[in-house]
Write a protein that binds this ligand. Structure first.
Ligand code: GDP
Ligand code: IMO
Ligand code: MG
Length: 425
């Protein structure tokens, strides 16, 4: 069996949690392969709204296996909160969740280092979610990190202290006040919660499940434009958010990748700093933010908003090998008379055919095509036949420009507000 991948093609928050939840019935296993609690994946069904940070979005489906892969970084304190909330809702987390022993731990001092580093950068800050993601991945690649499997060893606390002491020496280089004790007590409570979980050798586990004929859906976090290699560096996250990250973040070979579902919003949003060529700093941008409720699911920060950007979408499609597109939040654009779509860029009066290396310092100017907007409220539209003509044209335009078909159109946050316009499986 193959692993299908579902990931965001923009700057995150495309609606991955919603769609993973919608697709989960078709799969046996849902697996997170990178990122950590910087993610906030929102699910809405039966009048419930729930945000997941570390736990895969298949967790509400009984009898589905949810796996946190080796590529993820996990904060035990945040993890415990998530588990407690799910247990309260009657979700059998202990039975349905497995965690790779090779996933790395975010320590309290990683969070403090993240905050100290951002404070020192001042105006140049990344706009991190301050969950300790960067410092935790630095310790992973620097070969200093602690892994989930380490909590099973008798000298775990000694190893923890040794790494924390190193972090404290690093923190002395910053002028930054912190209270480690506050974080530490809840962190160790989280470690106790984790000790009761089903810890596995994730790479063996997933390959065994695939060999048994199980279908796996890999759930991306963040978005392709926040990828550590291909995003607008340094305004990125610290992991590979693209399809390639699935192989290294779960321990599966590229031969085992099947469909790649690429999710994008009908417009663009970005939270945090960094270039955003089609950003709208005007009333329309504010209107989209309000209408789309564009406030971060993890930090509550207002998201920056802008028009759909085809050159960046094509870049993400290329990097990921997207086979099927899914367009989210189409309902949010209802009522805008004239929509704009960026179809190419110019820089210093030259037409660009690729995304420039130094996009951070030389942000290109978007060239727009205008499209007629749709007036109809889409939130109770249940079939494609009821789509306004203008929406159909908008979708056709995207398909023509990208060369990839749109299979799903989302018209609201609820599970039910999902229209399958072309066969998915
Ligand atoms: P994720 O990080 O990709 O899972 O996305 P987030 O949960 O951070 O942000 C997406 C937001 O949009 C959430 O509040 C969702 O409930 C909401 N959402 C998802 N799809 C739609 C849609 O089609 N229309 C509207 N109006 N909201 C949506
Ligand atoms: P989901 O999975 C949107 C952004 C932050 C910041 C940059 C680096 O919900 O789509 P980090 O905390 O990783 O050091 O932050 O990346 N960012 C996200 N933006 N959605 C996310 O996740 C994000 N995770 C990180 O705002 O600009
Ligand atoms: Mg999110």
């Amino acid at each position: 069996m193959k692993t299908d991948v579902l990931l965001g093609l923009q700057w995150g928050d495309e609606g991955k949690g919603k769609i993973v939840d919608v697709l989960a019935p078709h799969y046996d296993v849902i697996a997170r392969f990178q990122g950590g609690p910087n993610a906030g994946h929102t699910l809405e069904f039966n009048g419930i709204k729930h945000v997941l940070h570390t736990i895969p979005s298949g967790i509400f489906h009984e009898k589905k296996i949810n796996l946190i892969g080796n590529g993820v970084v996990l904060d035990p304190a945040i993890f415990k909160k998530e588990v407690d909330a799910l247990l309260k809702m009657g979700v059998d987390v202990r039975r349905n969740l497995r965690i790779s022993r090779k996933a790395h731990l975010i320590l309290p001092t990683h969070r403090i280092l993240d905050a100290a580093s951002e404070a020192q950068k001042g105006k140049e800050k990344i706009g991190s979610t301050l969950k300790g993601i960067g410092p935790a991945y630095m310790d992973k690649t620097g070969r200093n990190g602690l892994r989930v499997g380490d909590i099973e060893s008798t000298d775990f606390e000694t190893r923890y202290r040794s790494l924390v002491d190193k972090h404290i020496r690093m923190l002395a280089h910053f002028q930054f006040d912190y209270d480690l004790k506050v974080y530490e007590s809840v962190w160790f409570e989280g470690i106790e919660t984790m000790r009761k979980m089903n810890l596995v050798d994730g790479e063996y586990e997933i390959n065994r499940l695939l060999d048994q004929g199980m279908k796996v859906l890999a759930e991306g976090a963040q978005g392709s434009l926040l990828d550590i290699d291909f995003g607008s560096y340094p305004f990125v996250t610290s992991s590979n958010t693209i399809t390639a990250g699935t192989c290294s973040g779960l321990g599966i070979s590229p031969h085992r990748i099947g469909e790649v579902f690429g999710i994008f919003k009908a417009y663009c949003t970005r939270v945090g700093s960094g270039p955003f060529p089609t950003e709208l700093n005007d009333d329309t941008g504010e209107w989209i933010r309000k209408n789309g409720n564009e406030f971060g699911a993890t930090t509550g920060r207002p998201r920056r908003t802008g028009w759909l950007d085809i050159p960046l979408l094509k870049y993400s499609i290329m990097l990921n090998g997207v086979t099927k597109l899914m367009m989210m939040k189409s309902d949010v654009l209802s009522g805008i008379d004239h929509l704009k779509i960026c179809t190419s860029y110019t820089l210093n009066d030259n037409d660009l055919t690729t995304i420039p290396y130094d996009i951070v310092y030389n942000t290109p100017l978007p060239v727009y095509t205008e499209a007629n907007g749709w007036k109809e409220n889409l939130t109770d539209v249940a079939t494609e036949a009821r789509f306004p003509q203008e929406l159909k044209s908008y979708i056709r335009f995207i398909e023509e420009k990208t060369g990839v078909p749109v299979h799903v159109v989302s018209v609201g946050p609820d599970r039910k507000q999902t229209i399958i316009t072309k066969k998915l499986f």
